[in-house]
Design a protein around this ligand. Structure first.
Ligand code: 5AD
Ligand code: SF4
Length: 472
């Protein structure tokens, strides 16, 4: 069979990154090779995101660009997958006739069959039915990674039953469904065998894993994953504050592979707005969870998501968000201006906030967080961390190196990026350094990363710097 080239453009969250990986894998078994440019592709897949209007616009502009390409290369096939495919269905084909297959969020496993179908009957196909079960995409026994990766994602559940009023996810990802623990463990074991050191478990609300189906609970699943030989680190996203149980909080102290970081989206610091968002917790309840987390692990890194300019958000509500940021001192935050989503109830709420106010609030929030992160990063100078090497630093990738030493990049358990010079005796084969854990002392702090020195080279470094750690 002739090898074909597939180009996958992934827009959106880690779940989409995982799904794109799954598509690449099922296609690999049908003789498709993943390529980095769409100019010589036989198949182009755009895996889409509908969470905010901007993400949807990105999809439409990409599809627009494909129309000329399709005219030139008549054999080219175009697939739209993910949340916009689920949401728009046949409307996508009407607007973009260059699309051959619309592949909804529950249909990834059908991709090879649908491709075969359009080869036989050249007519566009829309497949966006919701399914009651999770179809395992890759049969067990098939090696999961194509090249040596240090970190990997594993989806443990799909969909969401929470219906936050701003959010499109329940409408495009469907009801919450958990995968069976055995398939999850099996998938992780295979990833570990192929060299992966760190796993991130994915779900819209991992804290409610298994509850509906009466399966293993999430803390129990974590304990099972923790027992996997050869696996070094476990992360998970996303946690809903209302479902963060005491047992899960205890896992940060009790399970040695669980990283010292939690992403706990709060969205707003105002009870009035949290209620309108249907988040089902109060500011006070959120702060209590933070206290409990810090009681179990005092140095735990906490990150969050905020939405500014939700309908009806007053200055006072926004100040409550700012106050919460000052109280919690998040490690870092993701923050977004509220965006109307067609199916989400908040779209029909009155008291929409105007664009300028939303921009201004977002800028205020980022300014404060920049200062908090700066102070936090500076407080880390002089401390040593275990860093899992992920590869060359961005800086190293930019330079044409002739030196015998490479600049490497990795993460601490707290998920902070640390860049540092490797050892001259390690050579320059970056692939052989990936996945090693080394002790690094922080000597400089930047707003998005830290600069460190291998602990074994610290004395030499300090001598060369005149005896002082450097504060950037
Ligand atoms: N507008 C702006 N931000 C949103 N998010 C989800 N829906 C919207 C929306 N309609 C943000 C939330 C969520 C993150 C993934 O995206 O903060 O946690
Ligand atoms: Fe959306 Fe809320 Fe579900 Fe998160 S918990 S995916 S914000 S509905």
């Amino acid at each position: 069979m002739k090898t074909k080239n597939v180009y996958i453009n992934t827009i959106g969250c880690q779940m989409n990154v995982y799904d794109s990986g799954q598509m690449a894998k099922v296609l690999k078994h049908k003789n498709y090779k993943s390529v980095d440019s769409f100019s010589n592709a036989d198949l182009i897949i755009v895996n889409t995101c509908a969470i905010r209007e901007k993400a949807v616009q990105k999809v439409y502009s990409f599809l627009g660009r494909l129309s000329a390409l399709k005219k030139k290369n008549t054999g080219l096939k175009v697939v739209v997958a993910g949340c916009v495919a689920q949401q728009q269905g046949a409307k996508l084909i009407k607007r973009f006739p260059q699309v051959d297959i619309v592949l909804g969020t529950h249909a990834i496993n059908q991709l090879p069959d649908l491709l075969q179908k359009i080869e036989e009957f050249p007519q566009s196909i829309v497949e966006n039915e919701f399914s009651e079960i999770i179809h395992e995409t890759v049969p067990s026994g098939i090696a999961m990674t194509q090249k040596r990766e240090v970190t990997g994602f594993v989806t443990i559940m799909r969909g969401c039953d929470n219906y936050c009023t701003y959010c499109v996810v329940p409408y495009v990802r469907g009801r919450e469904i958990s995968r069976k623990p055995e398939s999850i463990i099996n998938e992780i074991q295979m990833l570990v065998q192929s060299g992966v050191n760190e796993i991130t478990l994915l779900g819209q609300n991992v804290n409610s894993y298994g509850v509906k189906e009466g399966l293993t609970t999430f803390p129990e699943l974590l304990a099972m994953v923790n027992d996997i030989d050869g696996l070094e680190r476990i992360r998970f996203v996303t946690s809903h504050p209302k479902d963060l149980s005491d047992q899960l909080i205890e896992s940060f102290g009790g399970l040695n592979k669980v990283c010292n970081h939690i992403h706990l989206p709060v969205q707003s610091g105002s009870n009035h707005i949290l209620k309108k968002m249907n988040r089902k917790y109060t500011r006070e309840a959120y702060l209590e969870k933070i206290e409990k987390l810090r009681a179990v692990s005092s140095e735990i890194a906490i990150t969050t998501d905020f939405i500014v300019g939700f309908p009806g958000e007053t200055e006072q509500d926004f100040n409550a968000t700012i106050g919460l940021m000052e109280t919690v001192q998040f490690d870092s935050v993701f923050a977004f201006e509220y965006s109307d989503r067609p199916e989400a109830p908040a779209t029909r709420f009155s008291d929409k906030i105007n664009l300028e106010v939303k921009h201004h609030r977002l800028q205020c929030l980022f300014k404060l967080q920049k200062e908090i992160t700066r102070k936090m990063h500076h407080s880390l100078i002089g401390q040593a961390f275990s860093v899992l090497i992920e590869g060359a630093s961005k800086n190293q990738l930019k330079k044409i190196s002739t030196s015998a030493m490479v600049e490497l990049s990795g993460r601490t358990s707290e998920n902070r990026i640390v860049n540092f010079d490797g050892s001259p005796d390690w050579g320059i084969d970056i692939d052989s350094l990936k996945g090693q854990t080394v002790n690094v002392e922080i000597v400089k702090a930047f707003s998005n990363s830290l600069w460190g020195v291998l602990s074994e080279h610290l004395i030499e470094y300090l001598k060369s710097e005149g005896g002082h750690s450097h504060v950037a």
